[in-house]
Ligand binder design. Sequence first.
Ligand code: PMP
Length: 399
Amino acid sequence: SLQNVPLAPPDAILNLSALYKADTDPHKINLGVGAYRDNDGKPWILPVVKKAEELILHDPNVDHEYLPTAGLQSFTDASAKLIFGADSPAIKEKRVGTFQTISGTGACRIAADFLARHRKAPIYISNPSWANHQAIFTDAGLEIKYYQYWDPQTRGLAFASLIETFKSAPEGSIILLHPCAHNPTGVDPTFEQWKIIADVLKSKNHFPFFDCAYQGFASGDLDRDAQAVRYFVEQGFEMLVTQSFAKNMGLYGERCGALNVVAKTEESAKKAVSQWCKISRAAYSTAPSYGARIASTVLNNPELYQQWTEELKTMSYRIINMRDELFKHLQELGTPGTWNHVVDQIGMFSYTGLNLNQVNTLKEKFHVYLTDNGRISMAGLNTGNVRKFAEAVDWVVRN
Ligand code: PMP
């Protein structure tokens, strides 16, 4: 009977949000949430998204019919150009297949189900990685292995170790990579390191799988954030690439994303997409249309696209500025330890290197909420709370 169903453990991040909500301290700080906040700590609807919504509202051709199983084509075509580049030879040669998904999570899940059926190989994910990676690939039945990514000593990339793991992994393994703004560490390989990773993957016939949740949101430059993906395409890999428009367009709840395949031939790309249609059909039929319409409108209208690139800078530069501010305050306070990693890291998240005890003290004594691994969302910092946060960090480091 249903009585025998065990209670599933709460999701760590959602649990943290609940704790934050329940805290009545007026100066509490939420650094758990993985969503952009403006300098007043409020969610930000991108003005370009509002413009697109106006256009959709008054478009006589818009209805509430089902989308095709592969999604809204004006969206998927534009999405592929965004990640691979408008002049991508792979797109011209029709070796790219793009499928609309329920945001980045849905793209990872469709990819996982596909790989479990059609590529019997272990998947290597970074340690640490976005917590949901493990959940998704486990549920899909893939064998998960890890490569070390974070070096606690340098508070940077464990490059030698990850290369070693890729070299010793069984030939033809699936390698999950974050192309920019690695979650949770905020540490990315340099472009030179990406080239070495590509060489090793090629020599072992590994299969790259890029989970791209932050294009444009990381550096403020859409092309720069896509350079690892584009380099791998140039190198002739077959691979999968997910996309999410949650962060870079602020479409979190609209669940707008895509899964791409780059194949050797047009036929292989078509076959892969046909399998994704089959998987999605049995899971949820078709993807939701509203977010894809918004993204399509922004991506296909040159004026709106231009505006979007400016708004991406607004978000990413505010975050970069908060990194600088946090670093400056820690310097001023003379907080023990090195803190350069705060400014060297990129994207929404920073792995502070704070331990579980310190994290708990931050919560209990200072009303500052962050995940147990010491990850903070830079988006939760603003000019009104960054000093207070630095002082709290200073206290826990010294005590
Ligand atoms: N992959 C990574 C690495 C992420 O950080 C995220 C966002 N937290 C996602 C995928 C997917 O997010 P969404 O489903 O909201 O697009």
